[in-house]
Write a protein that binds this ligand. Structure first.
Ligand SMILES: [Mg+2]
Ligand SMILES: [Zn+2]
Length: 362
């Protein structure tokens, strides 16, 4: 990392830290980590790394920070530019997964491998109506294991879910030709999403996938945990606030890697995709699937919700890409004139279905 720049007097540092509640919490995280230089016999023994504006502050101290007094015996402070130094301006597309990239709900597709009488049992129905979706799915996975449904069969079922028409092409085009960073924020789970992306050669297109972590345990039972626990956001489920995830990602990219997003596209279909788009800026785009809950909710409550982002309504991946390519905001050097333009037009008219029936929301 290109280090070097400034030295900062201790009082200035303490004043700075006192103004940064986030930095204070990171002191707890980092104050116990001894710097490598200690081993080399250097005077300072403790190191903090705190992102501040465009820099990562490296603070070397002789003792850990005393949190009650704020006192720190600081030996050196240097500010190193995060990442590559020069600020990068990029575009971000954040995708929901179920009914956005894939044409079905991964959880309900796997649930339907159970016999009907089990799915409609009172115990399962009660769990479904409870707050936490991951608890419901954990019980489904337990029952599948009890029914001796093998891991390989579950993976097969996931791989066979068709894409929403045009989404494989859309993702590859945004990633390879339009220089987008791509992420997924989904209430499905990491096993299903990884399996499907791998089967469609899309794993490398995504910079990050935020979902409920899952794995097959040593007995072959699929275990899933909530992505996080939250009660702050009433628009979102307790196990996943997609708005919080999106905000954190954008801030982290800025602080750690000096990457700023000129435009953020959020692409979704369900009610749990409302929270992230309400946090978007006027320069961003809320992309809602036509005929699905997200679109209905946004249009019905447009004035009340005060959506700042521009609304794009899409029917499939082909017409979404066509709409994106037509945006004046995306006319730049990275946009290539490509034969795909004609192809998109042709396939969009062939592939666009009428508004589908309302799906289960996920
Ligand atoms: Mg969805
Ligand atoms: Zn939320």
């Amino acid at each position: 990392m290109p280090e070097a720049s400034n030295r900062m007097a201790t009082p200035t540092l303490i004043k700075l830290l006192s103004k940064l509640p986030k930095a204070k919490s990171e002191i707890h995280t980092y104050s116990e980590s001894r710097s490598k230089s200690q081993a080399a016999g250097a005077a300072h023994q403790w190191a903090l790394k705190i992102p501040f504006k465009r820099h990562l502050l490296h603070i070397h101290m002789q003792k850990p920070v005393n949190m009650s007094t704020g006192a720190a015996a600081v030996s050196t402070v240097s500010a190193a530019s995060c990442g590559l130094g020069k600020q990068q301006r990029r575009r971000l597309a954040a995708f929901d997964f179920d009914h956005t990239i894939v044409s079905q709900n991964t959880d309900t597709v796997v649930r339907d491998m159970l016999p009907n009488e089990l799915i409609s049992s009172k115990a399962l129905t009660d769990l479904m109506e409870s707050e936490c979706w991951t608890e419901y799915m954990a019980e489904i996975f337990r029952l599948l294991h009890a029914q001796q449904v093998q891991e390989s069969r579950i993976r097969d079922v996931i791989r066979c879910i068709p894409e929403v028409p045009g989404f494989v092409r859309l993702i590859k085009h945004l990633h390879k030709r339009l220089n987008f960073d791509l992420i997924i924020i989904s209430d499905s789970n990491s096993v299903f999403i990884d399996e499907w992306l791998r089967a469609h050669n899309l794993s490398d297109c995504f910079k990050a996938i935020f979902t409920n972590p899952a794995h097959f345990d040593e007995h072959g039972q699929l275990q899933v945990r909530p992505h996080h626990q939250q009660t702050d956001c009433k628009l979102s489920a307790s196990n996943l606030c997609k708005g919080r995830v999106l905000e954190h990602f954008v801030i982290e990219q800025d602080l750690r890697f000096n990457i700023r997003y000129d435009h953020v596209f959020y692409v979704g279909d369900g009610n749990n995709d409302i929270c992230p788009v309400l946090r978007q800026r006027a320069c961003d785009f809320a992309c809602a699937r036509q005929g699905f809950a997200m679109e209905r909710h946004l249009i019905k409550n447009r004035n009340k919700l005060k959506l700042r982002a521009q609304l794009l309504i899409w029917r499939n991946g082909f017409d979404l890409l066509e709409q994106m390519c037509a945006l004046p905001q995306l006319q730049g050097q990275s946009i290539e004139s490509h034969p795909l333009e004609t192809e998109i037009g042709r396939r969009a008219s062939a592939a666009a279905p009428a508004a589908p029936p309302a799906p289960p929301e996920q």
